[in-house]
Design a protein around this ligand. Structure first.
Ligand SMILES: C[S@@+](CC[C@H](N)C(=O)[O-])C[C@H]1O[C@@H](n2cnc3c(N)ncnc32)[C@H](O)[C@@H]1O
Length: 401
C-alpha cells in the first residue's frame, strides 16, 4: 500500500520508448504480458511467427536422423534463418499452406544453441523433441493458462518469494488516485498464476478498482465490493475507462463485506463459484478510509479488526472453488513503541479455516519522491527508537482445502 505517495505518477516512458522502437523496426509482437511494468520489456522478448508445418518438418528430420553432422547443420541453418530473416526453405513463409506458430525469438535461439551444444546425440534429440512438443502442443494445468511446454517464455512471471518492484504500473486506467491502493502488478501476477481467461475474481475490499482494471486487461471477470460509496462510484467510472477487449464483467458493488449476501451477487451473474479471491483490507487503522463503524479501519481494537476480517473470510469461503487460491495483501504496523504483526495475525486467522498456506511473499514498498524526502527523518527516528523502518508488506497465499 502506497502510504505516502499520493498522486505522484511515475512515467512509464521506458516502455513507451521500447514500443515505439519496435514499431519503427516493423516488429510485430511484444510479449504476451505487455502490460506488466516490472521492468522495461527488452527487445529480446520479440516473438517470431513461423510456418509450423515446415518448422516441425525440419525438427522431425533431425530427430529421425542418425548423423550428428546432418543434425547440427540443419539446426545451424535454422538458427541463421531465424536470426537473419533470410529464408530459402519457407520456414518464415506464413502465407503458404499450413498453420503458423509464434515463438519467443530469444528463447527459440537459446533452445537451438542448447541442441548445438549437446554433448551426446541422445541429449540433442531430447532437446529437439522438447522443442517440437512446445511448437505442436499446449499443456496447461487446471488453474491457469501457462503453457508448461513453453515455460521459458514466461520469464515475467515471478516465482520468488521476495518481490522488489521499483515502480508501479501507471498505464491505462491505473491512475493511482486512491490513498491506500495496491500496485497493479500484484493482482496481475496473481491472475496469471491462479486463473484462466474467462474465470471469476472476487475482491471484497476493491477500493479504487485496481483488481478490476487488471481483470479487464487479462480477460477475467471481476466483482469488487466497496463500503465507501463515493470511492465505489469513482472506481466504477474509472474501471470503465479500461478497454474491455475480452468482453468480461466488471461489477463494483457498494456494500459491507462482513455482511453482504455473496450468494445473491454471484447469482445475478449466473454463477455459484469464483476462482480467485483477492483481499487487500485496511491495515487496521493505519489509514482511516471512512467514518463508518463497519469499515475495518475503524475497528476499536486489533482483536475486533481480526474478528471483522475473519467474517469476510468466512462469508467468502463457500464461494471459492475447491483447490483455488485466496490472496491477502497486508502490512504490519507500529504503535506506542511496539511492532504489531498484523500480517501474522491475519495469517493465523485464515489458517483457523479450511485453507492451507502456500506462500508468504515479502514485497518492498516502492521508493517515491515523497518517501525519499522522509528517509532521513525515519532513519533518525529508528536510531532513537530502536526499531527498523518498514520497507515491506506481505502477500499471503492460501489454497482452499
Ligand atoms: C486497502 S484498501 C483497498 C485498495 C484497493 N486494493 C485498491 O487498489 O484501490 C481497503 C478498502 O476496503 C474498504 N473497506 C473497509 N471496510 C470494508 C467493509 N467492511 N466492506 C467493504 N469494504 C471495506 C475501504 O473503504 C478501502 O477502500
Amino acid at each position: 500500500m502506497d502510504l505516502i505517495n499520493k498522486g505522484l505518477k511515475l512515467s512509464a516512458f521506458g516502455k513507451v520508448k521500447v514500443e515505439e522502437n519496435m514499431k519503427a523496426k516493423g516488429m510485430k509482437e511484444l510479449s504476451l504480458f505487455k502490460n506488466l511494468d516490472l521492468e522495461v520489456p527488452s527487445l529480446s522478448r520479440v516473438s517470431i511467427i513461423l510456418n509450423k508445418t515446415k518448422f516441425i518438418e525440419v525438427l522431425e528430420k533431425c530427430i529421425t536422423s542418425n548423423n550428428l553432422n546432418f543434425l547440427k547443420n540443419k539446426i545451424l541453418n535454422l538458427k541463421s534463418i531465424i536470426k537473419s530473416y533470410k529464408d530459402k526453405e519457407g520456414i518464415l513463409n506464413i502465407d503458404s499452406n499450413g498453420d503458423t506458430v509464434s515463438l519467443r525469438k530469444d528463447v527459440l535461439i537459446s533452445e537451438l544453441d542448447q541442441i548445438l551444444e549437446a554433448k551426446t546425440f541422445q541429449r540433442a534429440k531430447y532437446y529437439l523433441s522438447r522443442l517440437k512438443a512446445g511448437a505442436e502442443k499446449v499443456k496447461t494445468n487446471k488453474i491457469n493458462d501457462i503453457n508448461l511446454l513453453r515455460w521459458k517464455e514466461y520469464d515475467e512471471i515471478i516465482t520468488d518469494s521476495l518481490w522488489v518492484l521499483d515502480k508501479r504500473d501507471t498505464s491505462g486506467a491505473h491512475l493511482g488516485w486512491y490513498w491506500g491502493n495496491f500496485i497493479p502488478q500484484i493482482p496481475h501476477q496473481m491472475m496469471l498464476r491462479y486463473t484462466k481467461k474467462g474465470e471469476w475474481v472476487l475482491d471484497p475490499f476493491v477500493g479504487s478498482g485496481t483488481t478490476l482494471i487488471e481483470c479487464r486487461r487479462l480477460g477475467r471477470n471481476g466483482i469488487g465490493i466497496e463500503l465507501n460509496k463515493e470511492v465505489a462510484v469513482k472506481a466504477k467510472e474509472i474501471v470503465k475507462r479500461e478497454p474491455n477487449n475480452f468482453n468480461i464483467a466488471s461489477d463494483v458493488i457498494i456494500g459491507d463485506s462482513t455482511e453482504i449476501d455473496f450468494k445473491q451477487i454471484l447469482k445475478k451473474r449466473g454463477i455459484s463459484k469464483i476462482q480467485l479471491l483477492i483481499m487487500h483490507p485496511p491495515y487496521y487503522d493505519i489509514i482511516k478510509f471512512s467514518k463508518d463503524p463497519r469499515d475495518l479501519s475503524n475497528a476499536p481494537t486489533v482483536e475486533k479488526f481480526l474478528e471483522m476480517f475473519g467474517k469476510v473470510v468466512d462469508r467468502t469461503f463457500p464461494f471459492l472453488e475447491r483447490n483455488r487460491y485466496l490472496v491477502i495483501v497486508i502490512g504490519d504496523k507500529y504503535s506506542k513503541g511496539e511492532w504489531i504483526p498484523l500480517g501474522f495475525y491475519v495469517m493465523d486467522e485464515v489458517l483457523k479455516r479450511s485453507y492451507k498456506l502456500k506462500s508468504i511473499i515479502v514485497k518492498n514498498f516502492e521508493e517515491t519522491r515523497a518517501k525519499r524526502n522522509q528517509k532521513e527523518l525515519w532513519r533518525y527516528r529508528a536510531l532513537v527508537g530502536g526499531f527498523y523502518v518498514f520497507k515491506h508488506e506481505y502477500i499471503l497465499l492460501f489454497k482452499k482445502k
